[in-house]
Design a protein around this ligand. Structure first.
Ligand SMILES: N[C@@H]1[C@@H](O)[C@H](O)[C@@H](COP(=O)(O)O)O[C@@H]1O
Length: 245
């Protein structure tokens, strides 16, 4: 794992956007895995601004989002469909048919999970997967205890995750209890992974990730077994480590 230290959130977003843009501009065909949550918002803002200024095209880009809440219609203000449209897709020229987000409203969720996993494979696999990290070490919505062999599946969200994400809803009760998420094995199939960690509240989990063992109790620890992982973290997130980057 390569660890890149960013001064602050602004710096982290620029470093991450730069890495993504190098792929967008350098590859004829590109499949990106995308994340939601607070962390990548600033990265998407930079991508949008850069496309506006330079006319950068995303016609050749296909995307797969990590996850979606079960039971929220795509146009719900807190669905990840809405998040992605409002933060990125509405402002770049990516063809709508190239955008993939799990359907949390599917009647048969098991079938939806299989379909989603197949589509990732049919696209030729993810070239670069963007990840955030939950305070309990989750990636996507893979909570502690999730099998490292899991593919796209339905998960029951941990209370700590619902509480953390309730800041985007008007109350905790409104946060769905279930989600569809790419599994750990789905994420590990990506050719390259970029994990972002920001702020004091990620310091403890980042310390566990970097110094701790590989265990299903800390889903992100699986990344240590991947060949090509970059972590970009700001000073606050790195404050529990004594590393030189
Ligand atoms: N499903 C998402 C994750 O993909 C994300 O990484 C995590 C951290 O979110 P934040 O970046 O807001 O700390 O939150 C959610 O639970």
């Amino acid at each position: 794992m390569q660890l890149i230290k960013a001064k602050d959130y602004h710096d982290l977003c620029h470093k991450a956007a730069e890495l993504i843009l190098r792929k967008v501009k350098g590859q004829k065909k590109l499949t990106l895995g995308l994340a939601t949550g607070g962390t990548p918002q600033g990265v998407y803002r930079i991508l949008v601004e850069e496309a506006r200024q330079n006319g950068t095209t995303y016609q050749h880009v296909t995307t797969f989002n990590l996850d979606e809440y079960v039971g929220l219609p795509p146009d719900h203000p807190q669905s990840y469909h809405t998040y992605m449209n409002k933060k990125l897709f509405d402002f770049i020229d990516i063809p709508p048919q190239n955008v993939h987000i799990p359907d949390g409203m599917a009647e048969n969720l098991e079938e939806e999970c299989r379909r989603y996993e197949q589509m990732i494979d049919q696209s030729g696999g993810i070239d670069l997967q963007l990840l955030g990290i939950g305070i309990n070490g989750h990636i996507g919505f893979n909570e502690p205890g999730t099998s490292f062999h899991s593919f796209t599946h339905v998960v029951k969200l941990e209370e700590s995750t619902r509480i953390a994400n309730s800041r985007f809803f008007s109350s905790l009760e409104e946060v769905p209890a279930f989600a569809v998420t790419m599994g750990i094995a789905s994420i590990m199939k990506s050719k390259e992974i970029l994990l972002l960690a920001v702020g004091k509240r990620k310091a403890e989990v980042l310390q566990r990730l970097i110094y701790g063992e590989v265990t299903e109790e800390l889903p992100a620890s699986v990344l240590k077994m991947h060949q090509h992982v970059t972590i970009i973290a700001d000073e606050e997130a790195l404050s529990s480590l004594s590393v030189r980057c």
